[in-house]
Design a protein around this ligand. Structure first.
Ligand code: SF4
Length: 391
């Protein structure tokens, strides 16, 4: 008997943490807050001007939190000036040296990330917890597959965790990540500190799905989803969307970071689109529908689609559905389902607004006329004369 795919699951209930202040605005993660998109800078934090430029560019792309690496003292020394010149909450990414966390808190950072794989001394962790509590800052406990050290009692813990872990091809790694989190969270529990977000990343998409699914059963902290070292956008996007999309559809995940070996702004753009597609965020800006083209194509659609995409991003803030179709086969159907649409025929573009034909223009004029209709329609929606999606 054929089995049906399960429907989208409601969000898993979690605690909520708040990040930021009056100046940056408060970003809420977990609970009833929409899923948050975050990213990380690619340059040196101590290069203040470049770092500020990158952070502001990422915030403009839609990043709600931006993480920066602080491997050296000169990086934490730069934080105060960076925070002064940016308006998005900043997360200090701390590895190996717990003092970097203390320095970052002192500098006014808005959240700390610790890696249990390389800061495990209880007194050091307690010092960071106490500093964050005093400053009102949350901590992300971020386990990475790559920085997990094999435990000697692995087999015993595997048996304790049960059949799933014993039979899973990477069950021992999943078990290690969970046990490391359990041990680490004991330190936080003993300190009565619950202002925590958890992550457990791997470069293996299937493993990310499994480990977060298991973690979601064991902790009620908000979860930060990510596939680490996902590679360049061309392949990393598939890897990330498979893992994060599956988890989000299952109701798991409160903030996401897609990571690419490339421009971090692409991580933000793709993360937002993933959330829009799954209905986990209310869309800001137009939704573009375009045909893939085929031998019936009537205009240079690839160029037109890219031009339309760029212009819509600049000029349209409301979630208009805009369709760009190459010929009459599917064009009229999509045109009727969109707020503004064009379908090509005989090197011309026939433009529709909510199912009504409004223009028939030569190919060279399609872009300008389509954008003009989008702007006019957006104005009508804003003034209450039209409603999105009203056919
Ligand atoms: S809309 Fe026309 S050109 Fe585009 S893919 Fe469909 S049949 Fe081909």
């Amino acid at each position: 008997m054929a089995t049906m795919a399960p429907p989208m699951q409601p969000r898993r209930p979690t605690r909520q943490v708040n990040i930021g202040n009056e100046r940056t605005g408060i970003v809420r993660i977990g609970g009833d807050a929409p899923v948050v998109v975050q990213t990380m800078t690619t340059g040196y934090t101590h290069a203040v001007d470049d770092c500020v430029t990158e952070i502001n560019r990422l915030a403009a792309a839609g990043a709600q939190l931006v993480r920066v690496a602080v491997p050296e003292r000169k990086d934490t020394e730069a934080l105060a000036e960076i925070i002064k010149q940016t308006t998005v909450p900043i997360v200090a990414d701390v590895h190996f040296h717990f003092k970097r966390a203390l320095e970052a808190v002192e500098a006014g950072v808005h959240k700390i990330r610790l890696n249990p794989g390389n800061i495990s001394d209880r007194d050091q962790v307690n010092a960071v917890i106490d500093a964050c509590r005093d400053a009102g800052l949350p901590i992300r406990v971020g386990v990475n597959e790559g920085s997990i050290v094999e435990r000697k009692d692995k087999q015993k813990r595997l048996r304790e965790l049960g059949r799933f872990f014993s039979e899973h091809k990477q069950g021992h790694l999943i078990a290690l990540m969970i046990t490391r989190l359990e041990e680490y969270m004991d330190i936080f529990d003993a300190r009565d500190f619950q202002d925590v977000v958890i992550s457990a990343k791997s470069m293996d998409a299937a493993m990310v799905i499994d480990v977060y699914t298991e973690i979601s059963k064991r902790f009620d902290y908000p979860l930060h989803l990510g596939v680490t070292h996902a590679g360049p956008r061309e392949t990393g996007s598939i890897r990330s969307v498979v893992a994060l999309g599956t988890l989000l559809a299952n109701g798991i995940g409160d903030t996401i970071r897609i990571s690419y070996a490339g421009d971090a702004a692409d991580e933000v753009v793709d993360g937002l689109e993933l959330l829009y597609c799954l209905g986990r965020r209310t869309r800001i800006g137009a939704e573009l529908i375009a045909c893939p083209t085929c031998g019936r194509i009537q205009v240079d659609l690839f160029t037109l689609v890219q031009d339309v995409r760029r212009k819509l991003a600049d000029e349209i803030q409301l979630p208009l559905k805009v369709a760009v179709m190459g010929c009459v086969v599917n064009g009229p159907g999509e045109a009727e389902g969109a707020d503004v649409a064009v379908f090509a025929g005989d090197r011309r573009g026939i433009i529709y607004v909510q199912g009504k034909r409004v223009a028939n223009v030569p190919e060279a004029e399609i872009l300008d006329r389509l954008l003009q209709e989008c702007r006019l329609f957006q104005d009508r929606v804003r003034s209450g004369d039209a409603t999105l999606g009203d056919k």
